[in-house]
Design a protein around this ligand. Sequence first.
Ligand code: ATP
Length: 523
Amino acid sequence: MGNSCQKHCGNLRPYVLCCCPSEEKGTCYVTESIVISNPMVNTSISQQPSQPVASAPVLRASLSSRVYVALYDYQARTAEDLSFKAGELLEVLNGEDTQHSGWWHARSLGSLHKREGYIPSNFVAPYKSIEAEPWFFGEVKRVDAEKQLMYPGTEAGVFLIRESETQRGEYSLSVFDGMSVKHYRIKQLDTGDYFVARKKTFPDVTALVEYYKRYPDGLCVRLGQPCEKKEVPAPFDLSYKTQDEWEIDRNSLKLLKKLGSGQFGDVWEGMWNNTTPVAIKTLKPGSMERRDFLREAQTMKKLRHPKLIQLYAVCSLEDPIYIITELMRHGSLQQYLQNDGGTAIKVQQQVDMAAQVAAGMAYLESQNYVHRDLAARNVLVGEHNVYKVADFGLTRIFQVENVYEPVAGMKLPIKWTAPEALQFNKFSVKSDIWSFGVLLYEIMTYGRMPYPGLNGAQVLQKLEKGYRMPQPPDCPPNLYLIMLDCWKKSPEERPTFETLQWQLDDFFETESESYFDSNTFAR
Ligand code: ATP
């Protein structure tokens, strides 16, 4: 508790910045009205604010709703951006009101030199809001909470608070007791007070956390450090400027290493503006109409979801056209599965992969956007077991070959495509569901080619007669039932991605043992 404010105000919470009338330099500065708890008391090196960020006078200036707390470190990518550290306070000057704007103009309150510039809006949360707390993880599923808390090296007491999946507006506390993760519901009285055990109530969740950090009082363990937030989000654009002007100068890109080749060209690891790692897809000249491409890219640029690869920019004025996207360190899921072949990846992780893809697809479904080429080769793998859907919408504009066999003048990935799409060109979210079933098969067979030994025409014939691929070895029967649901002949009878997402999220859950009731430990 090295940085706590005990000396002046008795507040036990650590702080980033205090502003005290006391003129004592280099210690804490506290006023009665403003005590700022350090939103990042993590052990993570990259995310830990190094020092109390400033001497105080800045904060005595108007603290309004425009003050935000940085959740992660951010390194400026252009001269117009503002670098900041996790925990730093930022006053938003402009852009906050613009809906969907990914970049705000802000001033750092963390230094006496007023540094200003653009910040990615998904890196900050309103000051004093629950979202700004280092232990608040938002809409994280119970299984994901367990995954994050069971990380090797985690100490007993590490915890997080998440929004309850089942009870809207309620929270759950998940804590690692040294052996396993326990979950407690945080309930609310009619008066608005919060509690885990009725005998002790709190005006807000922060007060509850502070209390259980001092006394276990019936919890399985005293709360310790907040869980480390390992997944740092990607900004939605390369920079403030490229959110609107996303035709960029190709000289701002360096192609560093070839990552692979696909039907449409090569993919490179690259660097934008000498600051930002990106993936660059270089398209074979003549593979599509430039006008069609730009129209589709316009839509793709607007699609934003943590489980979708973000399109950042394009260079379309000359050949080869470049598509610049988020870089994923571990390449395609197909390759990733094949490389593993069942050595380290087990069913829990396989279901998690499927659930993450279903989450990205559920977002596309909500936008009425049809992928058309969902397959393990078009899912990419990032750090910390993050899986994202890529290449959505591209088949609409490309002429494709190889696994994409010609049917009535079109070229399609036959083994992944629903019969009604192959035969009548009826692409819909439901044909994506069919492909998702095939993707599930790929996941469970560690990247095996579907329908082994059959060519596209034979597959189509057999499907017409009602044939479906058999249950892969070691595939849980319930998961195979999901595959069969996706392969129902009638598109209307197939599930939605929303349903698939919750089915997969809850795949290993048995509700009865999920939560510790407050009564089980209330004394
Ligand atoms: P297809 O062209 O049939 O969709 P594909 O998806 O394998 O096949 P590409 O999308 O061109 O073809 O990708 C080729 C390879 O480049 C991938 O298999 C993957 O390993 C790598 N790759 C593609 N995009 C990225 C990215 N954003 N980050 C990291 N690696 C990538």
